[in-house]
Ligand binder design. Structure first.
Ligand SMILES: [Zn+2]
Length: 76
């Protein structure tokens, strides 16, 4: 997961996310080919992500707020 929360295509072999999308969908790092299964997977993930984002937008609540890490629990 990247910071924006959007799903990314990751390599099955080395786990990297540096696919060369211009060179026939092969992993930039280890050269493993992206399978049709991989592509279907990421496409589905992206579709679900877009739908969830749209739903959140429509409900007006946006994404759930992240935990608040700004409080301090220091001993007094
Ligand atoms: Zn790889």
């Amino acid at each position: 997961m990247n910071p924006s929360g959007a799903p990314e295509l990751a390599c099955d072999q080395c786990g990297c996310r540096w696919f060369d999308r211009t060179g026939g969908n092969a992993c930039y790092e280890c050269g493993a080919e992206v399978t049709a299964e991989n592509l279907a997977e990421i496409e589905q993930a992206l579709t679900q992500f877009a739908a969830a984002r749209q739903a959140a937008k429509n409900s007006g609540s946006g994404f759930p707020a992240p935990p608040d890490h700004h409080f301090h629990l220091e001993p007094s």
